[in-house]
Design a protein around this ligand. Structure first.
Ligand code: 2OP
Length: 312
């Protein structure tokens, strides 16, 4: 039997995530949106592409405008992308309160129907929304994961590959921290064919890549003008879903609820984790230098501020 993945939110991030999962035949997909018609139309359109891709996965689209999530029952993974998008000039944090209400209603509905699911949170501000989902779902922390580090690391890798004119396959980037402007791209642990980045590029080039990575989301928002990125975010979710459903034990940077790891307690922060069938199967702790730890603490202070505003 194929796995089942529900993607909540049929905007660009949600629909491209559903499409990637469906086209790869990775799982049956249920795409939901509060809009009437649109999720069903997108799912039908996907299903009609299946003969071309040779995908046997099923795609279903449902409107949850009336609060009915029945068709999402028994999902293995629920990816939550719904929420207000980020507009030009708006920080991820401006979205905080608006998206809290959205996430609350979704989480309460989906966990009743899929009590054993793994939740992947995508809605911004990501780390705080993952915290909301953990609290409201009452799921064990291994089953609530935030998507951000895979996206931020992919952006960094794309910039490094372009700068050095090497294959993206050679580059491994390592970004820690919250999914905000003070995320922590760790250059010491970022490599090209195993060679640490600082050995290949002068400091000013590395600094420029770090800076562009931090502002990667905003760069796309400013270009698109009417929304935020979706190709790279959906690719990042796909990699996480693939790692979980195939029980890959793959180490990926994800937002995980920390309880003392990296000296951080009671907060979702991006760290390297091992993803497998049980969700987050291990948090990988590496030793940080003083400046790296200070940067991580600064990033986690920003996340703490948000969850404090929400009273979590
Ligand atoms: C991004 O980084 C908006 O968080 C989203 O593209």
């Amino acid at each position: 039997m194929r796995n089942k993945v529900t993607v909540v939110g049929g905007g660009f991030v949600g629909s491209t995530t559903a499409q990637r999962i469906h086209d790869a035949g990775l799982a049956d997909v249920v795409l939901t949106d509060i809009l009437e018609g649109a999720p069903a139309g997108k799912a039908l359109d996907m299903a009609e592409s299946a003969p071309i891709f040779g995908s046997n996965a099923h795609a279903t689209g449902i409107s949850t405008g009336g609060g009915d999530y029945k068709q999402t029952a028994n999902s293995d993974i629920v990816v939550i992308t719904a929420g207000f998008p980020r507009k030009p000039g708006m920080s991820r944090d401006d979205l905080l309160k608006a998206n809290y209400d959205v996430i609350k209603s979704i989480v309460e509905a989906v966990v009743k129907l899929s009590p054993n699911a793994i939740l992947i949170m995508v809605t911004n501000p990501l780390d705080a929304m993952a915290h909301v989902a953990l609290q409201l779902s009452k799921f064990p922390k291994a089953r609530v994961i935030g998507m951000a580090g895979v996206l931020d690391s992919a952006r960094m890798s794309a910039f490094v590959a372009a700068e050095l004119n090497v294959s993206v396959e050679n580059v491994t980037s390592f970004v820690l921290g919250g999914h905000g402007d003070d995320m922590v791209p760790l250059v010491r642990y970022s490599t090209v064919a195993g060679i640490p980045l600082p050995a290949l590029l002068p400091k000013e080039k590395v600094d420029a890549i770090v800076n562009r990575t931090r502002k990667g989301g905003a760069e796309i928002v400013n270009l698109l003008k009417t929304g935020s990125a979706y190709y790279a975010p959906s690719a990042a979710v796909f990699e996480m879903v693939d790692a979980i459903l195939k029980d890959k034990k793959k180490i990926l940077p994800c937002a995980a609820f920390l309880e003392g790891e990296y000296g951080i307690n009671g907060l979702f922060i991006g760290v390297p984790v091992k993803l497998g069938a049980k969700g987050i199967e291990q948090i990988i702790e590496v030793k940080l230098e003083a400046d790296e730890k200070a940067a991580l603490d600064k990033s986690s202070a920003s996340v703490r501020e948000l969850v404090t505003i929400l009273g979590l």
